[in-house]
Write a protein that binds this ligand. Structure first.
Ligand code: ATP
Ligand code: MG
Length: 367
């Protein structure tokens, strides 16, 4: 039987936020600690981040440490999980170049996530960097280089997994079974698959500036929830009936709160259903809801913040962790590249067997 291998990653374009936490990080830690996986790899996708930040490499360089600190503070354990840096893995560049021949530009143009990102970044008017256009192909290289079977991600990544699977199938069809076919793993809880921003926009995203970061102080979290969080604009008086749909406070409660939280912080209700009913009936104010949400979020965020503070005091160790992880990943991805080159029969310098082939070719030509 094949191994169970995980690969996930993040772009070092900023600190990680609650969307990353519920969409992917929390699951990574659970999978890491489940003991069911032979290998867990996390890739800091700095090359991918450069595809839309080529003019600002300093931002990417600076954020590598932030992303690693976020990993360590949520419970990623470097003894169990390999954390590595994409740009230091030359095999990924080579694989990307070969996989580019496995896709058409028409197929790449249909990727709905990339389409939305092109709009959001204004590339439709300014011109689209070719590297950004093809980044799903480089993601296929990342995933297959580690022989990943499972990729835990948020919903926006499903088109990337579909693209990867098509590349794998096409490659294996042409060159013989070489690459492992991966599967996406997305959260069961619908809200967790794509957490909206505090402003109510469809996705909490570094690029949209609508985030609560895992490293935000308690004061900032309070300010974001009380000052910025979108609720129900029609709910003017406490006695007015309120709406749950599109109300970010309730969306976040859907993603984060448990029945235990009610017992601890809001014993007037047994569970979220009861609280929602009261809100819809009228008589429950936004202030109470927000206060409860802050308590719920703090329960997740306080231990993360504490752990982060410990690692922040020891950046030398953080450096060692990614250096060691990257060294392991170089080996692993080079092995995959060698297998791919062999399947493609471009492994000319592994041995001198091609000399015999060439001699034979020349002998036949002379006959
Ligand atoms: P950028 O704006 O630079 O693209 P991002 O906030 O979209 O940043 P990524 O590094 O692109 O973050 O995404 C990393 C992982 O986190 C992916 O698996 C993605 O699906 C997941 N993710 C990101 N934002 C959310 C969200 N709001 N809800 C659920 N999952 C998310
Ligand atoms: Mg993104």
């Amino acid at each position: 039987m094949g191994k169970n291998i995980i690969l996930t990653g993040d772009r070092p374009t900023g600190r990680l936020h609650l969307g990353h936490y519920v969409g992917s990080l929390k699951r990574r830690v659970e999978l890491q600690n489940s003991g069911e996986y032979d290998e867990i790899n996390i890739l800091i996708a700095d090359d991918q981040a450069l595809t839309d930040n080529a003019d600002n490499p300093g931002k990417i360089r600076d954020n590598i440490v932030n992303v690693v600190l976020d990993y360590l503070s949520v419970g990623i354990d470097p003894a169990k999980t390999t954390i590595c840096v994409q740009s230091a893995l030359p095999a990924l560049h080579a694989l990307t170049f070969y996989y580019l021949n496995m896709v058409t530009t028409a197929r790449l143009s249909r990727n709905p996530t990339v389409k939305a990102e092109i709009q959001m970044r204004g590339f439709a008017d300014e011109g689209l960097p070719a590297g950004f256009f093809v980044y799903p192909v480089s993601q296929a290289a990342d995933i297959t280089a580690f022989d990943a079977t499972v990729v835990p991600v948020g919903e926006d990544q499903l088109p990337m997994l579909e693209q990867t699977r098509e590349i794998v199938e096409r490659f294996n069809k042409i060159y013989g079974k070489t690459l492992v076919l991966p599967k996406a793993m997305i959260p069961e809880n619908e809200t967790q698959r794509r957490l909206p921003g505090v402003d109510g926009k469809a996705k909490m995203s570094k690029s949209l500036g609508n985030c609560i970061y895992l490293s935000d102080t308690a004061k900032t979290v309070k300010k974001q929830v009380n000052g910025k969080m979108f609720t129900d604009p029609q709910h003017l008086q406490i006695s007015d009936p309120g709406h749950i749909e599109g109300n970010v406070v309730f969306t976040y409660l859907d993603a984060f709160c448990t029945d235990d939280d009610f017992a601890r912080f809001l014993p007037d209700y047994k569970n979220l259903e009861e609280m929602k009913e009261h809100y819809m009936r009228g008589g429950l104010g936004d202030g109470v809801c927000k206060k409860f949400l802050i308590n719920v979020l703090e329960e997740t965020l306080t231990p993360i913040r504490d752990e982060r503070a410990k690692w922040e005091a020891d950046i030398d160790s953080v450096y060692d962790i990614i250096q060691e992880g990257t060294a392991r990943a170089i080996e692993k991805t080079n092995e995959t590249l060698a297998r791919v080159r062999k399947a493609m029969r471009i492994d000319y310098f592994e041995d001198r067997s091609i000399v015999g082939e060439w001699n034979e070719l020349l002998r036949k030509a002379k006959q």
